[in-house]
Design a protein around this ligand. Structure first.
Ligand SMILES: Nc1nc2c(c(=O)[nH]1)N[C@H]1C(S)=C(S)[C@@H](COP(=O)(O)OP(=O)(O)OC[C@H]3O[C@@H](n4cnc5c(=O)[nH]c(N)nc54)[C@H](O)[C@@H]3O)O[C@H]1N2
Ligand SMILES: Nc1nc2c(c(=O)[nH]1)N[C@H]1C(S)=C(S)[C@@H](COP(=O)(O)OP(=O)(O)OC[C@H]3O[C@@H](n4cnc5c(=O)[nH]c(N)nc54)[C@H](O)[C@@H]3O)O[C@H]1N2
Ligand code: SF4
Ligand SMILES: [Mo]
Length: 741
């Protein structure tokens, strides 16, 4: 065990301070170990960011470590089952098979998908290295079902995709949340552990909290006001607000013109988007739209905070653009209590502007989606595997992802993965996705890692440096993700000289471990010894502080970060204006005849996407994979609480129990994603006993944000009916059915 962060050591128990790395909050935890077992996980009151807060998921860090279903050695698929094999044998076979595919069909015949947990460990650096080594056009990540719109907007407005502004929640006088539920998610692209308390604190210091969401969420319950917008309606709500702000002269035009370009184009765009015209499109009354605008301008500081509820929309990019724009024109960009930028220990944002975005450097083979950040949207992954011809994906690498549960029309991807010539997965479970792999390579558990995270300090509400100590020594033959990924790189790009294998190769890589690279980057960073002399930060100093080091509140710094050529924020990029005009001209294009309800997602405090359902304490209690429906909509369909209902879209159908609640807007239903663990061969014993259904069977991969290809899974049109009625109808399909299939 690592002694450096031990904070207590009784006779037979040790307590180690580190972080929970399950979600972006990265809360500080104290892990107590007795007889080589985790016996307690508590919040660390000394943690500079989370101050003792943890959510119920933190204990899953122990459950995952001890889970008997977690793979501890590489496995190879033999028939319908997996058998253990040695590391060297596994790498040799993978190298042989991948090189064969590449020489027969070219580099793009190997596809790669990188999932969400990759971002939660510094091994992600090696994920990027592998991506480069592959030289493939077919690179995909979970970002294209998540924050791509926000990155795209940051790039177009501020000149770098990393410059996604942070919500300065701890100092704002007015917080308006759109399409996010931080009381459950604990903040995303604004790392705010203990979000609930931070929201309560806004009100306690005399501020106001408003939540715009089709569901009265856990966050809405903490707010002064809940605005139940129509799914996808935010773009109209914001255009209506902008009309009020610009036509009622509520902004300091001179100040905005000094910092930003595009005022005149914006004024032109919103000249006719009156609150009255926007109200029916937004599903919010005109008086509310006008009031939201006036109050935003009047507050000493105010911030609109938006996240995936509005990313996963056909208007995802437009909505995030308008969010940043309203914050900017009301003077809330780059000032305390508004949207700000961190000064992290390694100042990636400062240099990110030099990275090419590769936007449009290539497209998917149908020509529908442009590459962004050198990747294609995951919505096309199944087609790129299924459709024959030059550039077809013949082999796949997945790293820390479960796209069969997390991406649209999952059944197509499920079948496509099985059709590959070769598939290697870096994952510690046999999941709905990795069950198709020829070889699975499992990393050590999170508690066996030692690292200093660099990513989330870029998005934290306070500048900080926090270290993750090891709780357990890794097994002698265990490899971390970065070591596995490095070995894959050497199989694709052989090192010059004698071919090293096994331990000798691992020893070479040790010189370039993420921790060593991080130590050097911290020393050279804004707080590092190389810049600040003896008082500066080193990895050792951070390691010696079990709650981390607080580096103060966010500081205004956009002028030094901004990457646009004219060094001003661009409020009116031409393609955004054109797309906005298009949605104003045709606000009905997403509707589907024959389908009368709009499906959105929801998250639960005890789940994290698809992969905590195998931990018994995370799934106890009532079934959570239900369809949430308004009482009027349930009554109209003859549905009672707990009834099994069929949810049908234009691409698929699932059956889940009904949960009736007046918290959801009429005309809208909500189902969580990440469920559907009933596939044969899945290695999740606990999860398979309570499988739920895969909501991504209902989402259409062609339903995407026009500018980034991000899957629009928060506005799919569906119909809901009792299971029995559906069975009867199946015998005589209606005309509507036939027309829309
Ligand atoms: N319908 C719908 N779909 C959605 C969403 C939604 O709101 N609605 N949300 C989307 C969002 S925001 C996201 S981020 C995606 C997530 O989508 P994905 O990233 O594709 O899926 P996860 O469920 O996070 O699965 C993570 C996988 O990584 C493995 N894993 C966990 N930790 C590690 C590790 O340290 N190393 C390795 N090698 N493997 C690890 C787990 O076993 C699991 O198999 O889902 C998206 N899908
Ligand atoms: N407990 C828990 N925490 C998590 C996760 C988890 O699975 N479980 N996942 C993590 C990940 S990967 C991410 S990306 C973050 C996501 O963090 P959040 O963005 O906070 O996640 P959600 O809870 O999905 O919140 C989206 C909200 O948008 C609403 N919504 C849907 N459509 C619309 C719309 O058209 N307009 C508006 N205004 N609202 C809409 C939904 O009702 C929902 O309340 O959470 C992270 N934290
Ligand atoms: S909010 Fe929960 S899951 Fe996320 S880091 Fe904190 S304890 Fe872990
Ligand atoms: Mo996410």
């Amino acid at each position: 065990m690592s002694g450096s962060a031990e904070v207590g050591n009784a006779v037979d128990s040790t307590t180690i301070a580190r972080q929970c790395t399950l979600c972006e909050a990265h809360c500080g935890i104290l892990v107590t170990v007795e007889d080589a077992r985790v016996t307690r996980i508590e919040g660390n009151p000394d943690d500079v960011l989370s101050k003792g807060y943890i959510c119920p998921k933190a204990t899953a860090m122990g459950g995952l470590h001890h889970d008997p279903d977690r793979l501890r050695t590489p496995v190879r698929r033999v028939g319908g089952t997996f058998e253990p094999i040695g590391w060297d044998e596994a790498f040799a076979e993978i190298g042989r098979r991948l090189r064969a595919v590449r020489s027969a069909h070219g580099p793009s015949a190997i596809g790669m998908y990188m999932g969400n947990p990759a971002a939660h460990s510094s091994s992600v650096m090696y994920g990027a290295l592998l991506r480069i080594a592959l030289l493939t056009r077919n690179f995909f990540t979970a970002s294209s079902i998540d924050q791509f719109p926000q990155e795209f907007v940051a790039w177009r407005m501020f000149g770098s995709n990393i410059l996604m502004p942070i919500t300065d929640i701890d100092r704002t006088d007015r917080l308006v949340v759109l399409g996010a539920n931080p009381a459950v998610s604990n903040g995303s692209i604004t790392t705010m552990p203990g979000a609930k308390q931070r929201i309560k604190d806004v009100r306690a210091r005399g501020g106001t909290v408003v939540v715009v969401d089709p569901r009265r969420t856990e966050t809405a319950r903490l707010a002064d006001e809940h605005v139940p917008v129509r799914p996808g309606g935010d773009v109209y709500l914001l255009l209506g607000m902008l009309h009020v702000l610009l036509t009622e002269d509520l902004c300091d035009e001179r100040a905005v013109r000094a910092l930003c370009t595009g005022w005149d184009e914006l004024a032109d765009l919103v000249a006719d988007t009156t609150a009255h015209r926007m109200a029916p499109l937004a599903g919010v009354d005109a008086e509310t739209i006008e009031r939201l605008a006036r109050d935003h301008a009047a507050a000493p500081s105010a911030v609109l905070y938006a996240r995936i509820g509005v990313c996963q929309q056909v208007t995802g990019t437009l909505t995030h653009w308008l969010v940043n724009t309203i914050n900017a024109v009301t003077g809330n960009l780059d000032r305390a209590g508004g949207q700000m930028f961190a000064t992290p220990i390694v100042d990636a944002a400062r240099y990110a502007k030099y990275l090419p975005m590769g936007h449009g450097a290539w497209t998917d083979r149908s020509g529908t989606h442009k590459s962004f950040r050198s990747e294609l949207p995951v919505a096309v992954l199944a087609e790129e595997i299924r459709t024959p011809g030059p550039g077809q994906i013949k082999a796949m690498i997945t790293y820390a992802g479960n796209p069969v549960l997390s991406t649209p029309q999952a059944d197509k991807l499920d079948a496509a993965l099985e059709s590959l010539d070769f598939y290697v997965a870096v994952d510690m479970y046999v999941t709905e996705t990795t069950r198709h792999a020829d070889i699975i390579l499992p990393p050590v558990s999170a508690l066996e890692r030692e690292e200093l995270g660099l990513l989330f300090p870029v998005f934290s509400v306070r500048n900080n440096a926090r270290y993750d100590a090891r709780v357990f020594d890794p097994p002698a033959d265990g490899l971390d993700d970065w070591q596995i990924l490095a070995r894959l790189v050497t199989e694709l790009v052989p090192l010059p000289g004698r071919r090293l294998t096994g331990r000798a190769l691992n020893a070479v890589f040790e010189q370039f471990s993420p921790l060593r690279l991080t130590a050097a980057a911290v020393a050279a960073g804004p707080y590092g010894v190389l810049r600040r002399g003896r008082k500066g930060l080193t990895l050792g100093k951070i390691r010696d502080a079990p709650g981390g080091i607080d580096l103060g509140p966010l500081q205004p710094r956009l002028p030094e970060l901004i990457g646009t050529r004219d060094r001003r924020a661009h409020l009116a990029p031409a393609d955004f204006l054109a797309a906005a005009h298009a949605v104003l001209d045709d606000s009905t294009s997403t509707e589907r005849p024959g389908y009368d309800l709009q499906l959105i997602g929801r998250r639960h405090l005890r789940s994290n996407n698809s992969w905590l359902h195998n931990i018994a304490s995370m799934v106890k209690g009532r079934d959570r994979c239900t369809v949430l429906i308004h009482p009027d909509d349930a009554a109209a369909r003859g549905l009672a609480e707990g009834d099994p209902a069929t949810i049908e879209s234009s691409v698929g159908s699932i059956v889940v129990p009904v949960e009736i609640s007046a918290d959801i807007r009429a005309g809208v239903v909500a189902i969580p994603h990440g469920w559907g663990h009933r596939e044969p061969g899945v290695g999740w014993t606990v999860a398979a006993a309570l499988p739920g259904a895969n909501v991504n069977l209902l989402h259409d991969p062609s339903h995407t944000d026009a500018l980034t290809g991000t899957s629009a899974v928060n506005s799919t049109w569906v119909r809901v009916q009792p299971v029995a009625a559906e069975a009867a109808e199946a015998a005589a399909p209606s005309e509507v059915d036939a027309a829309t299939r």
